[in-house]
Ligand binder design. Structure first.
Ligand code: NAD
Length: 413
C-alpha cells in the first residue's frame, strides 16, 4: 500500500511539474507548488471498549493556501499512508482552483478500518483526531470534510468536539455535516449533479443532445447512483451500471429503482442481463462514466475501451498510462478535478451558509452549483480550445491543470 501511495504522490507531483514547466514557471515556484506548506503527523491513543489502549496513526497535510483556507476530507482506511494523504491534498489544491472556489487544498487520514470499531470507539477516535488538529484548523484556516469511510455523523462528532475545545460556535470549520447541524441541502447528490452539469456543457460544445446518447456508469454508490439518476431524468439513456459485485445491461435504459430493489432483496443490481465490471467498461456506448474507484482503466483494459467520451467521476479512475494512451487515440476525457468537483463546491456553499447564518433552499443550492460548474467548465474549455488565434489546443486535463496553476500562482507572492 505504501508503494501505491508513493505512486499516487509521484503521479500528482509529476502532473504539476509538467504543467508548470510548460507554463515556464521558475524552479522555486515549481517547488512551492509541489511541497506541502505543512504536514502534521501524529499518534492517537484511544481507550477501547475492553479498557485496553490502542494507538492509531493520523495525518493532516496542508498543501497550499494561496487561494483560501485548506480544504479537504478526512479518510479512515486501513491502507492509508502519508504519501496518499499528501497526494490527495495536492490534488485538492488543483480541484478547488479549477472549480473556482476560494480554497486551497489539504487532506487528513487515520489508519483504521472503521468496521472493526464499535460506534463508541469510532466516536472517541474522531474526537481524538480533532483534539490533535484543533489548533491548526478553523473556518478561515483549514476546513475538513468527509471522505472515504467518514460520514455526516462523524462530522457531527468532530464539529462538536472542535466547538468544545475553542469554546464557541464555528460551524463553518467542518463541512459535510448533517443538515440539522448546519449541513447544506443538496450535498448528498452534489457530486453526481455537478458531473452531469459538466457533461451537459460538453454535449452543448459538441453540438449533441442528451436524448438518445448512451451512457455506462461504473459504480453504484453515492456518485454513480445520483449521476445515473439525474442523467436519466434529463434524457440520457443509461444502458449499464455496476457495483463491486456485478453489472447490469439494459438496452432500453436501466430501471434504477428496479436495480436498487434487486440489490436490496437479492444482493445484485442485475434485474436483467448481468454483465461483469470489465464488460461494462468495454461497452460500445457514447459516454463512459467510471464512478467507482481509482485505476479501474489501466494497461490491461485500455485498448478495449470504445466510448469516445469518458467522464472521470471517481478520483483517478484512469492510470497515467491509460490516460495517455486514450488521449492519444482522440478520446475526450473530462478530468476528475473538474468532473467530480460538485461535492466540494456544495461544501463551499455549506461554509458560506454557516458563515452567513442564512440558509438556502435545495433549489437555490442546485442553481448556484450549476452556475459554478458551468463557469468552471467554460474556463477549462476555453483553455483547451482557445478562441483567440495563436494559442494551441490542448487536452481537457492539461487545460484544467493550467487553469488551476494560473489561479494559484497569481495569488502567490
Ligand atoms: P461509494 O462508496 O458510495 O460507492 C462506490 C461504488 O463503487 C459502490 O457502488 C461500490 O460497489 C463500487 N465499487 C467498489 N469496488 C468496485 C469495483 N472493483 N468495480 C466496480 N465497482 C466497484 O463511493 P462514492 O462516494 O460514490 O465515491 C466514488 C468515487 O468518487 C471515489 O473515487 C471517490 O473518491 C470519488 N468522489 C466522491 C465524492 C463524493 O462526494 N462522494 C466526491 C468526489 C470524488
Amino acid at each position: 500500500m505504501e508503494s501505491q501511495g508513493k505512486k499516487m504522490l509521484e503521479s500528482a507531483q509529476a502532473l504539476i511539474r509538467k504543467t508548470a514547466e510548460r507554463m515556464k514557471l521558475d524552479s522555486v515556484m515549481i517547488e512551492r507548488l509541489i511541497e506541502p506548506e505543512f504536514a502534521h503527523e501524529f499518534a492517537l491513543v484511544i481507550t477501547m471498549d475492553d479498557g485496553k489502549k490502542r494507538v492509531f496513526k493520523g495525518w493532516r497535510i496542508q498543501h497550499n493556501s494561496a487561494l483560501g483556507p485548506y480544504k479537504g476530507g478526512i479518510r479512515f482506511h486501513r491502507d492509508t499512508v502519508r504519501e496518499e494523504v499528501q497526494a490527495l491534498g495536492t490534488l485538492m489544491s488543483i480541484k478547488c482552483a479549477v472549480a473556482g472556489i476560494p480554497y486551497g487544498g489539504g487532506k487528513g487520514g487515520i489508519v483504521v478500518d472503521p468496521k472493526t470499531l464499535s460506534k463508541a470507539e469510532l466516536e472517541r477516535l474522531s474526537r481524538a483526531f480533532i483534539g490533535r488538529i484543533a489548533h491548526i484548523i478553523g473556518e478561515d484556516v483549514d476546513v475538513p470534510a468527509p471522505d472515504v469511510n467518514t460520514t455526516p455523523e462523524i462530522m457531527s462528532w468532530m464539529i462538536d468536539e472542535y466547538q468544545k475545545i475553542i469554546g464557541r460556535k464555528s460551524l463553518a470549520t467542518i463541512t459535510g455535516k448533517p443538515v440539522a447541524m448546519g449541513g447544506s441541502l443538496g450535498r448528498t447528490a452534489a457530486t453526481g449533479r455537478g458531473g452531469l452539469f459538466v457533461l451537459m456543457s460538453l454535449m452543448a460544445k459538441l453540438k449533441k443532445k442528451a436524448k438518445g446518447t448512451t451512457v455506462a456508469v461504473q459504480g453504484f454508490g453515492n456518485v454513480g447512483y445520483y449521476f445515473a439518476k439525474l442523467a436519466t431524468e434529463v434524457g440520457f439513456k443509461v444502458v449499464a451500471i455496476s457495483d463491486s459485485k456485478t453489472g447490469v445491461y439494459d438496452k432500453n435504459g436501466i430501471d434504477l429503482d428496479r436495480a436498487l430493489k434487486n440489490k436490496k432483496e437479492k444482493g445484485t443490481v442485475a434485474y436483467t442481463k448481468a454483465i461483469s465490471n470489465e464488460e461494462l467498461l468495454e461497452l460500445d456506448v457514447d459516454v463512459l462514466v467510471p464512478a467507482a474507484l481509482e485505476n479501474m482503466i489501466n494497461e490491461k483494459n485500455m485498448a478495449k475501451i470504445k466510448a469516445p467520451v469518458i467522464v472521470e467521476m471517481a478520483n483517478g479512475p484512469l492510470t497515467q498510462e491509460a490516460y495517455e494512451y486514450l488521449a492519444k487515440k482522440g478520446k475526450i476525457i473530462v478530468p476528475d478535478v473538474l468532473a467530480n468537483s460538485g461535492g466540494v463546491t456544495v461544501s463551499y456553499l455549506e461554509w458560506v451558509q454557516n458563515k452567513a447564518g442564512y440558509y438556502w433552499t435545495e433549489k437555490e443550492v442546485n442553481d448556484k452549483l450549476k452556475v459554478m460548474m458551468d463557469r468552471a467548465f467554460e474556463a477549462m474549455w476555453e483553455k483547451s480550445n482557445p478562441s483567440a488565434g495563436g494559442e494551441k489546443k490542448m487536452p481537457l486535463k492539461q487545460a484544467a491543470f493550467e487553469v488551476a496553476l494560473e489561479r494559484i500562482t497569481s495569488a502567490m507572492v
